[in-house]
Ligand binder design. Structure first.
Ligand code: ZN
Length: 334
């Protein structure tokens, strides 16, 4: 205790040996990269939050049925999503200074009537400099509104992987999550609060397996192998406790943990810390998956940086997962 502490009686401060523990001030200014979000669907103010909290670069994913008005979806609806993102990308970059890159893909969350037409067009999009990834894609066990035969889904996923191999682009996989915590469901007709999706339109599963979410990932990895795509070029987003061991032990894929909507999928910085402890930081990333149809948090990645440190992860490993791995795999950022 400083003898000159002027408090009336001893306070907590009097019991401390030093002013504060060694805190990692470097982390306050560590740039980071979000390899999976839908920031072009967010508000200007949300995108500003990315900039204010140190985002260096991002991959804005123009793929997903949420944003198409018609279901089943047609190829022209998918192309509209690609074109809309292309149209606005440069203005987003000019406004916020982070590098705004694009991922384009055919999502399998709802059946597409004429997917070959979208595939045909895709090669020309892949040649664009701003397109740094294909995805998000990957087979999904259940669709919204209109179910999609598993073999057809797999063919579309593999065809996109072949394009990725041709264009030396990574593929962002949308790995399905298993639901967590309480099994309690919401009142019929109300749906999940925080997720703008018409309830009751989910279809019967098309994957008949004990663990459909994991089976979907295994089918995707097989498709990558058949497509001749290096597994190091596959980034499995929404990595979770159900698929981490398989992906780490039986593949060379990268795992990206989605922490922007932990309330929905049950994955947070603690899971990332556990994965780093067990497998090392070499093949791990973190993404937000922020989108306007979901309750999501643009500050999630910045928060995770501080959380990882609190959970005992060293600064070098944190830098690797939030910055260096994304830079290397997607060839983006400084
Ligand atoms: Zn997404």
């Amino acid at each position: 205790m400083s003898p000159t502490h002027p408090t009336k009686r001893p306070t907590d401060a009097a019991h401390l040996d030093e002013r504060s523990p060694d805190v990692p001030t470097d982390l306050l200014n560590l740039p980071w990269i979000d390899v999976h979000n839908h920031a072009h669907t967010l508000s200007w103010t949300d995108r500003e939050r990315y900039a204010l909290s140190g985002c260096e670069a991002m991959v804005m994913v123009a793929s997903g049925y949420h944003w198409t008005p018609y279901k089943p979806v047609r190829a022209e609806d998918v192309r509209y999503l690609w074109d809309d993102a292309l149209n606005r990308r440069a203005a987003i970059e000019r406004n916020h200074f982070f590098e705004a890159n694009l991922g384009l893909g055919i999502h399998t969350g709802v059946r597409i009537e004429d997917p070959d037409k979208a595939l045909e067009a895709m090669a020309d999009y892949c040649a664009l400099e701003e397109v740094v990834a294909i995805g998000e894609t990957g087979v999904t066990p259940t669709q919204h509104v209109s179910s999609w035969d598993l073999d057809e889904q797999r063919a579309i996923v593999q065809a996109q992987m072949e394009l990725a191999a041709d264009h030396e682009l990574p593929v962002l996989l949308h790995t399905p999550n298993t639901s967590s915590d309480s099994d309690r469901s919401y009142r019929e007709g109300i749906g999940t609060p925080g997720y703008e999706k018409n309830p009751g339109l989910g279809q019967e599963p098309v994957i008949d397996a004990e663990n459909p979410a994991l089976e979907a990932v295994k089918i995707d990895v097989e498709a990558a192998r058949d497509a001749g795509l290096d597994e190091e070029q596959v980034v499995a987003s929404h990595a979770d406790g159900n698929n981490t061991a398989y992906l780490m032990e039986e593949t060379d894929c990268y795992l990206s943990y989605t922490i922007g909507h932990s309330w929905l999928i049950g994955v947070d910085a603690a899971d990332v810390a556990d994965a780093i402890d067990e497998f090392g930081p070499e093949r791990i990333m973190v993404d937000t998956d922020c989108a306007n149809v979901l309750r999501t948090d643009p500050f999630a990645l910045k928060r995770a940086i501080l959380e990882l440190y609190r959970y005992g992860i060293d600064e070098e490993a944190i830098r690797r997962v939030v910055l260096e791995n994304p830079r290397e795999v997607f060839d983006i950022g400084q």
